[in-house]
Design a protein around this ligand. Sequence first.
Ligand SMILES: [Zn+2]
Length: 222
Amino acid sequence: MTVRSCRAPGCGARTSRYGAFCQTHRSRSRRHGHPEQESITKADLTQYLKLVRTRIAKNETSPLWAQCEARWNAVLEHARRVQAAFQRGKAGYRPDRIAAQEVVQLASNVEPSKVVETTFAMFLLQDRQPRRFRSDQAFRFQLVRRLRGLTELNAGSWYNHKTGKTHKAYRELTPRAVMVFGQWVADALGGVGSYLAKLEREQEEAKQQRLRSLAGALEALQ
Ligand SMILES: [Zn+2]
């Protein structure tokens, strides 16, 4: 048996017999969709949530927001159909069933507007800080993670004696179920999310441009 080292850059730990990654990187890959993906925290999302809320407030009368909530509700309806089919004894694809259960649980505990805002904030974060995500799949995993984080039900708490903080331990979903969940949300809200991210970036760039030309004009005064 040959001993191989983990393929994650800078790791070098020994791999399991068949895998390309060590235990740590393999479990991170399962949990985060990529062996080197770090988790996106609620705090990481705060400033982007603020931007999303400002955008919504500025366009209060736009029908878009209600349409987005309706799209989320359509995801919920789909999830309920998946569950109903399963209850009638249809086997179906297991990850679909697990994702459906998660969607129903999220929807019964969290307002649609919160789901929509959080999804958009993730798209803004991805647009501003693309390097935070190692792959599209890793982005979807973090999206699902932040959405699941909106409900307390998924988390059991544990106390860390070293830091004196209480942490939440999320019940893990299978990677396939996470992918299904992420796909449903991205199909429903990804288009608008990407558009809002682009709009935010372009307006910020235009603002910076105006400030630069103002500074230029001031410097040129005689
Ligand atoms: Zn490793």
